[in-house]
Ligand binder design. Structure first.
Ligand code: ZN
Length: 235
């Protein structure tokens, strides 16, 4: 049977999944991480996630012993079948559907399904993802009902009792910064600002108060606005 004390976190190296990792480390005794290489245009996320994992091991002694194996799954096929600005060299735009062309159809469904396959093999009960439908780009696979339906499908299809956790689902970006502060204090906020990567353009560049990035793409704008609202609220 699966181990209720263990969790597997979808960890991309961005602000949201880093906050989710801290959330899981506070709750579970053994926490593993997984990321997916779908030939995203910018590899910087995949590099930064290792920097963040190092920072977690070195700066947070109470989490060091809990942090387990890191998995990297090759999902090149997803890049092949999806024509989006995250996987192709095309500019960002809004589609007629109202979704940004950064939408990779089914991405989070596949990520959770692959994560569940890993969790099944490793007897891990809890899966954690940074999906959020509060301050988001409208991706339908980030919605609470999508994740709940997927949990039912995975439990039936794999004959397990997985629990899919989405601690950020009802938080706006300002509240996500506040949660990081609550979980890991200024050291975690500093780790997120310095090392996590969110920018769609893959730009690191100079450091802003809210971190590195172009400051203009939708991901940077959400991150920046959330940070500023959070700082204003704590001042
Ligand atoms: Zn950006």
């Amino acid at each position: 049977m699966e181990d209720s004390r263990s969790a597997l976190v979808l960890f991309s190296g961005g602000q949201d999944s880093t906050t989710c990792l801290a959330w899981a480390l506070e709750r579970f005794q053994h926490v593993e991480t997984v990321a997916f290489d779908y030939r995203q245009r910018h590899r910087i996320e995949l590099d930064q996630r290792l920097v963040v994992l190092d920072a977690f091991r070195n700066r947070f002694p109470r989490w060091t012993g809990r942090l387990g194996e890191d998995h990297l799954v090759d999902m090149a096929v997803l890049g092949q079948i999806s024509e989006t600005s995250l996987t192709r060299d095309v500019a960002f735009a809004m589609e007629k559907s109202g979704l940004p062309n950064t939408f990779v159809p089914g991405r989070n469904l596949l990520f959770f399904t692959f994560a569940a396959a890993i969790a099944w093999r490793r007897n891990i009960r809890h899966l954690v993802g940074g999906m959020c439908e509060t301050d988001y780009s409208g991706y339908p696979d980030c919605r609470d009902n999508t994740v709940k339906a997927l949990q039912v499908a995975l439990d039936l299809g794999m004959d397990r009792n997985f629990v899919l956790h989405t601690p950020l689902m009802w938080l706006d970006k300002a509240a996500t910064w506040a949660l990081a502060q609550q979980l890991g204090g200024p050291a975690l906020v500093e780790t997120i600002v310095a090392h996590t990567h969110t920018c769609y353009l893959g730009e690191r560049g100079p450091r802003h108060p809210w971190g590195h990035g172009c400051g203009a793409c939708p991901a940077c704008r959400l991150r920046k606005r959330g940070y500023e609202l959070w700082v204003k609220g704590t001042a």
